[in-house]
Design a protein around this ligand. Structure first.
Ligand SMILES: *Cc1c(COP(=O)(O)O)cnc(C)c1O
Length: 437
């Protein structure tokens, strides 16, 4: 089997191999065999690739805390891999918290986020003893303080808006003014939140947090954020005489979705952020705070692929539609943001030449498109298996049961072969919640 070198650094897991007769393996496991054994559609995730990415972050940012953003993809296997890699975890709901805790993930390494945490979620976070809660609005400060049992202090970060615009799509930009996340420096809300937290004896402010957006592939926006955040940290010292020991720069690190693209260079990011942080802190006479970064997509995204089976091929007047047995219910990203994807035929060679097609799903929506103008062999036909790259983040976690379609299983691949870590959802699962009549 030959490895096609140029795609290895693209959107695929590092272990992918493309054979001359159309075989595709991930971590040495044949995708055709996975499709036969577990059915389609199926999510496949390469455990070693996920874990290697965690280590890459630790090597690039020695001394920093690396918190995996669970909203990208979480199941109990994933949480236990994160525990084994000594990562921290970001959660943003009681559900994500429960999954992380169910595998014994240490509460002190959990960071709880959310712009509208419910009282029930705040209670769960405090009761579980999460390491930090990220304050994202003024109302939750006294609410949170009241939940902390006597004799304990809850560590908190305050999420500020650094007003740095970055990210691949408007829906993915969260670092600028006038969106629902964080507290504005310009309006004084961020300063007010800091003062109120410092006024609560049951809360301990450990640092400021920001998150610029998602799919950011260059280090410059983060360098700008370091300047803003160090300046704000210095102001907290000036106004309150408090030295904040931590600085959380959020996540949003970009990955490749198409061949030839590149994601954020993690090693370069590490060097540049470290330098910017040292320089800015020296300029302001501050000790260098411990850095926290929160990659989600960059840990799980490229480690995952999705397998589909072709159900029909329809030649329209101007284009060809290849309809598969999944769609916007297992991958809403194309219909939400027009996200591009790489697809390939699996399991047979074709010398028919390639032709751009629209890969569409089986849902009753014209917007149920998975990939536009994707080059597939001209003889693609019903029964073929196709694989889509870079589906390890924001696919399973954003999946819905639209049209009462059960969500696909998650199959982990590694040295021991393939194993089911999340089973397929069937009609009986869907009906279990439906207590009507
Ligand atoms: C979504 C999110 C992340 C992770 O974003 P990625 O693009 O997956 O890296 C990190 N931190 C916060 C606060 C987030 O909301």
């Amino acid at each position: 089997m030959t490895v096609v070198a140029e795609v290895v650094r693209g959107p695929w897991p590092g272990s992918v191999e493309f054979g001359a007769r159309g075989e595709v393996t991930v971590a040495g496991v044949s995708l055709v065999e996975i499709a036969a054994r577990f059915g389609t559609p199926s999510y496949v995730i390469d455990e070693a690739d996920v874990r290697r990415r965690c280590r890459e972050y630790k090597a690039a940012l020695p001394g920093a805390e690396i918190a995996y953003a669970a909203k990208a993809f979480l199941c109990r296997a994933m949480a236990s891999w994160m525990r084994a890699e000594r990562m921290s975890i970001d959660v943003c709901s009681a559900g994500e918290l429960a999954v992380a805790r169910s595998v014994g993930f240490p509460a002190e390494r959990i960071i709880f986020h959310g712009n509208a945490k419910t009282p029930r979620e705040l209670t769960a976070a405090v009761n579980e003893g999460v390491g930090r809660i990220v304050v994202d609005n003024l109302a939750e400060i006294s609410r949170l303080a009241a939940l902390v049992p006597a004799g304990r202090r809850q560590k908190v970060l305050v999420r500020v808006i650094p007003d740095v615009g970055a990210g691949a799509h408007a829906a993915l930009r969260t670092g600028g003014e006038d969106q629902q996340f964080g507290l504005s420096i310009a309006t004084g809300a961020a300063g007010e939140a800091v003062a109120r937290v410092l006024d609560q004896p049951s809360l301990e402010l450990t640092g400021l947090h920001c998150h610029l957006g998602s799919q950011i592939r260059a280090p410059e926006p983060y360098e700008t954020a370091v300047r803003v955040m160090v300046e704000q940290t210095a102001r907290v010292r000036e106004r309150h005489g408090v030295l904040l020991p931590e600085l959380d720069l959020g996540g949003g690190h970009g990955i490749a979705y198409l061949p030839g693209e590149h994601g954020l260079d993690v090693a370069e990011f590490g060097r540049r952020i470290d330098r910017a942080l040292r320089e800015r802190c020296a300029a302001r006479g501050l000790p260098v705070p411990r850095l926290i970064v929160e990659p989600g997509r960059a840990i799980s995204g490229p480690a995952g692929v999705t397998l589909y089976r072709v159900i029909s091929v329809k030649r329209g007047l101007t284009r060809t539609y290849v309809a598969v047995d999944g769609g916007m219910s297992d991958n809403p990203r194309h219909s939400l943001y027009g996200a591009p994807y790489e697809v390939r035929l699996v399991g047979r060679a074709s010398n028919a030449g390639t032709r751009p097609v629209h890969v569409v799903g089986h849902h009753c929506e014209a917007g149920d498109v998975l990939a536009e103008d994707a080059p597939l062999p001209a003889d693609v036909h019903p029964g073929d298996v196709i694989v889509m790259a870079a589906t390890g983040a924001y696919h399973h976690s954003m999946a819905s049961t639209y049209n009462l379609t059960g969500r696909p299983p998650v199959v982990a691949v590694g040295e021991g072969g393939a194993r089911l870590v999340v089973r397929r959802e069937g009609a009986e699962d869907l009906m279990r919640r439906d207590v009507g009549l």
